[in-house]
Design a protein around this ligand. Structure first.
Ligand SMILES: NC(=O)c1ccc[n+]([C@@H]2O[C@H](COP(=O)([O-])OP(=O)(O)OC[C@H]3O[C@@H](n4cnc5c(N)ncnc54)[C@H](OP(=O)(O)O)[C@@H]3O)[C@@H](O)[C@H]2O)c1
Length: 251
């Protein structure tokens, strides 16, 4: 049976590239977006052009009160498009960047990062587990910034660190269902993240390129195929791992 993967935040950036590579690998995709419905529909069209099925669903990953309605929309989409009541793979990717020193981080900035990148991942996964098929996979997206420190990313990196710990506990608790859970930690990637800062600010781009053994920052195509491969049958025995995909950032 064709596998179905949910990739949160797949209207743009790393999530979009991941969704397309999952489709190239032969699976169908549930694309989620926060505000950019048109971008999500464009990804659906690209997946369909690859010969796979896709739907786009709105998700606010930072607001747990919206999750029951999201799960209902997902159930409906699974029934209508796949005549199924389950899906196979979950990639928790949705998120935003925010940069402030510890001294200047506001409670609102902190709460938004916690809500989207940690609380949201925890409770969305909890809400989706009853719909996930046994033998499924979960990939949580963290960041290279949990291993190295860069001023301005304290709150962001701390919540990503929490997700890494959560991944190991998910793997432990879900092993009896045959569900493997891993974390992918990308280095600096040229996307819209942080207002496109890594892509559009030459000085910042150079800082991260200089930290990177392969001599440049990453692009979405450096990450998406790797995440998709973690969902493939050939990588079924990888479990409870944090895999950094950064071209060798600060080694
Ligand atoms: N880029 C990097 O350097 C880098 C490095 C390490 C880790 N990461 C992580 O990689 C993931 C993807 O980042 P990216 O670089 O691809 O960013 P991006 O290009 O800005 O894309 C962000 C995606 O997440 C969605 N999103 C944002 N806030 C959301 C929310 N509150 N609820 C639901 N969806 C939301 C966006 O939806 P809309 O299009 O509808 O707005 C979009 O699809 C994030 O978890 C980020 O922390 C990024």
């Amino acid at each position: 049976m064709t596998k179905i993967a949910i990739v949160t935040g797949s209207s743009r950036g790393l999530g979009r590239n991941t969704a397309l590579n999952i489709a190239r690998q032969g699976s169908d995709v549930v694309v989620t977006y926060h505000s950019q419905a048109d971008a999500a529909l464009a990804v659906v069209a690209e997946v369909e052009a690859l010969g796979r099925k896709a739907v786009a669903l709105q998700l606010d990953a930072g607001n747990v009160t919206t999750f029951p309605a999201f799960v209902e929309r997902l159930r409906q989409a699974l029934r209508d498009t796949w005549q199924r009541d389950s899906f196979d793979h979950l990639v928790n990717n949705a998120g935003h960047g925010d940069m402030a020193s510890i001294a200047e981080t506001s409670e609102a900035q902190f709460d938004a990062l916690v809500n989207v990148h940690f609380k949201g991942v925890f409770f969305l996964t909890q809400a989706l587990l009853p719909l996930m098929a046994d033998g499924g996979r979960i990939v949580n997206i963290s960041s290279g910034l949990t291993r190295i420190s860069y001023p301005g990313f304290a709150a962001y990196s701390a919540v990503k660190g929490a997700v890494e710990v959560l991944s190991v506990y998910l793997a432990k608790e879900l092993g009896s269902r045959g569900i493997a859970v891993n974390t992918v930690a990308p280095g600096a990637i040229e996307t819209d993240f942080l207002g496109g800062a890594v892509r559009d600010l030459p000085d910042l781009n150079k800082v991260f390129a200089d930290m990177t053994t392969l001599g440049r920052v990453g692009v979405p195509g450096d990450i998406g195929p790797m995440i998709a491969s973690l969902l493939g049958e050939e990588n079924r025995w990888i479990n409870a791992q944090r895999i950094e995909v950064s071209g060798g950032q600060t080694i």
